[in-house]
Design a protein. Structure first.
Length: 325
């Protein structure tokens, strides 16, 4: 596994890192599915342990993944894996809790203590603002940043991160929060990394980057032949592409073209292309790949190489439909 310097954190992390959103299992908030169906606790714990053996030693989670269940599963792994081997990240900022806002100072401290307890650790290496929502007129922003910095000074967190689906929001708030790491949504079809200004901010400030949903929740793999509906509580039911035959047909053709071009280089040509294209323009970036079993870990452990600029552009053009398929 290729290791990279994670920006100004000065830590080294693997180019393909471990995302645990799916370890929380299915979940519905209000009427909106926000979890993942098909989860198995024992398979997930075995996957985490194997990941450490294979060098995938940056693990990312959040307090709301299964209402702490994903954190709890990570805490179980220290019986097999030394805690100090893993660069561990978690988040706060989705659940408003009893204080009425997720970034109320008391909420931040209470949630971190809960996360530390579930994770069975005294410190997390990276603590994220899970999203850029700081109340009307950003009323909670300054106090929240102060608390994060206090927690860092107290040794309970190592570095500060900032995450969001909207890269324009990330760019706006990064200049005020000065995070060590940003965690944006990015894949080869949904990509505002440069146009949002975030790329320029990252390069100017030597920040680490962790892309989430680099496969668009598995849709880009091109393995779905027919429109698919997932079990209740699975967020993929909110993604129109899984139900659109034209999209699925296009992605299957992309899979065939990618396999033709890169199949002699690896036995995972589609994963290599989709991830390598993202990593090609960001030397301090990793991708967070969801892994739910040992087979997925073995596949991920062979990835992480960069594509050339020309190859990366070919992949992007193919999936966006501007390259003849």
């Amino acid at each position: 596994m290729r290791m990279l310097r994670f920006g100004r954190t000065e830590h080294e992390v693997p180019a393909v890192s471990f995302g645990t959103w799916s370890h929380g299992g299915p979940k519905v908030v209000g009427k909106e599915a926000v979890g993942w169906a098909g989860h198995d606790d024992e398979l997930a714990v075995a996957a985490l342990a194997l990941a450490a053996e294979r060098g995938i030693v940056h693990w990312d989670t959040a307090d709301v993944y299964g209402d702490g269940h994903a954190e709890e599963l990570i805490g179980r792994v220290w019986e097999q894996v030394p805690r100090e081997r893993v660069f561990l990240a978690t988040k706060i900022g989705w659940d408003p809790g009893p204080h009425g806002h997720q970034y109320h100072p008391t909420q931040i401290r209470e949630r971190l203590e809960r996360s530390l307890s579930l994770l069975r650790t005294e410190r997390v290496d990276l603590y994220y603002f899970h999203r850029c929502e700081f109340g009307k007129d950003d009323v909670y922003l300054d106090d929240a940043v102060t608390v994060f910095r206090e927690l860092r000074d107290e040794g309970k967190i190592g570095s500060i991160g900032l995450s969001d689906w909207d890269l324009y929001k990330l760019t706006r708030y990064a200049s005020r929060i000065e995070p060590d790491v940003v965690q944006p949504y990015r894949n080869v079809v949904d990509d505002s990394y440069t146009s949002s200004g975030l790329r320029g901010w990252v390069e100017e400030n030597d920040a680490g980057v962790a892309w989430f949903s680099p496969l668009k929740h598995g849709l880009l793999l091109g393995k779905y032949e027919r429109p698919t509906t997932f079990d209740e509580g699975d967020m993929r039911n909110r993604i129109p592409g899984f139900r659109d035959q034209a999209t699925l047909d296009h992605l299957r053709r992309c899979r065939e073209r990618v396999t033709e071009r890169f199949g002699d280089r690896t036995d995972q040509p589609v994963l290599m292309a989709l991830l390598g294209a993202l990593l090609a323009d960001a030397p301090t970036a990793c991708v967070l790949l969801g892994m739910r079993n040992r087979q997925q870990v073995e596949a991920a452990a062979a990835l992480g190489d960069l594509l050339s600029p020309e190859e990366a552009e070919w992949v992007r053009a193919l999936y966006r439909g501007s390259e003849s398929d």
